[in-house]
Structures are given as C-alpha cells and as structure tokens.
Design a protein around this ligand. Sequence first.
Ligand SMILES: *[C@@H]1O[C@H](CO)[C@@H](O)[C@H](O)[C@H]1NC(C)=O
Ligand SMILES: *[C@@H]1O[C@H](CO)[C@@H](O)[C@H](O)[C@H]1NC(C)=O
Length: 184
Amino acid sequence: MRIAVVTVVMVMCATVAHADVRPQRDFNLQKFAGKWYRVGLAYDSPKFVPYRDKLKASVGIITVLPNGNANLTMWDATPAGCRIKVYQYEKTNVAGQFTYFSTRHNMVKDITVVSTNYTDYALVIKHKVFHREYTQVALYGRSHTVRNSVIQRFRAFALSKGFSSDSILTPPPAENCPPSASGH
Ligand SMILES: *[C@@H]1O[C@H](CO)[C@@H](O)[C@H](O)[C@H]1NC(C)=O
Ligand SMILES: *[C@@H]1O[C@H](CO)[C@@H](O)[C@H](O)[C@H]1NC(C)=O
C-alpha cells in the first residue's frame, strides 16, 4: 500500500516536471502566422552529430487553418538539396501547444511555443514522445538575425533543459532554399 502511494506521488511529480514548460501566455496563432527562419537549433541526437557544422537555417511558413489548426511548410537545405515538408499542427486545449503526426517516426509528437513576441523571435520546444523527453529546442526569427540577447536566452533555455553546449547551434542562412524562383 505504501509503495502504491509512493508510485502515485512519483507519477504526479513527473507530470508537474513537464508542466514547467508553459506556452507563451495569451498565445495568438494569427500573430504567429507567416514566415520564420530557424536561426537556432538545440538537437542532441547522436546521429545528427556529423551534420552539425553543415546545418543551415531552415525556413518555415505558418498558415492558420479555419479550424484553429496550423500548417507549417518547412524548407530544409539537406545534402540532397532543398527539401520541402508540410507539418500539420493540431491545436490542443492549451493555446500555444500543438500535436502533429511525425511520418518519420510514425508517432504523435507535441510542440510548445514557449515564448514569442511575434515580431522578432519564437522559442519552440519539441518532444520526442508525447509529453516526454525533449528532443529539440528551436529558435525562430522573423529575419536571419535576431538580437544577441535573444540568442543568449535560447542558449540558457536549452542548457536548462539538459542540452550540451555542443548541441546548441546557430546555423547560417541557407542558399537558395527555398529557391528564390518560388517567390518566398
Ligand atoms: C495543410 O496541409 C495539408 C497537407 O499537406 C494540405 O492538404 C492542406 O491543403 C494544407 N492547408 C492549407 C490551407 O494550406
Ligand atoms: C520583440 O523583441 C525584440 C528583440 O528583443 C524587440 O526589439 C522588440 O521591440 C520586441 N517587440 C515587441 C512587440 O515586444
């Protein structure tokens, strides 16, 4: 009986620990829409280590759907060329938190917009498994450069979530990705 109680308390603590990642207060999806550059990425997957110095800033466009969900169209400069991908973010009952189905990992993941001021930057955290284990922290900017103080906040946040400083990257802009001919 006593063990059961301890287990319950531990599960509750784990839930509370997750709850420290709160979304931006009064998150406004309409204001969040539009073009973003992923100017910072904290990603500690061992498989990604060889690509760290080749990473370029991806470009994303958030489109708000009438039902309150959002599409993220993302252009990634990869060794195989510029790749476009659409992520379908489904709203949850918490503004600023979304779920999406990762076709690559075949599972539902969730992302939280931790902090944004809409006109300059956004700090976004992504979980590996629904509600658990952070895999990525991304810093988005409305332009290729964000203020140094914002970069420092991104670094401090990623470090506080357990990312090593080696895994915290601020990639340079991608060349011709999205291709300039596409009009973006
Ligand atoms: C959102 O993305 C889905 C999947 O790619 C697509 O079918 C749909 O048309 C997109 N919606 C908008 C408004 O872009
Ligand atoms: C957003 O952040 C940037 C950089 O810190 C700042 O210059 C700008 O005034 C902020 N905008 C708003 C609307 O708070």
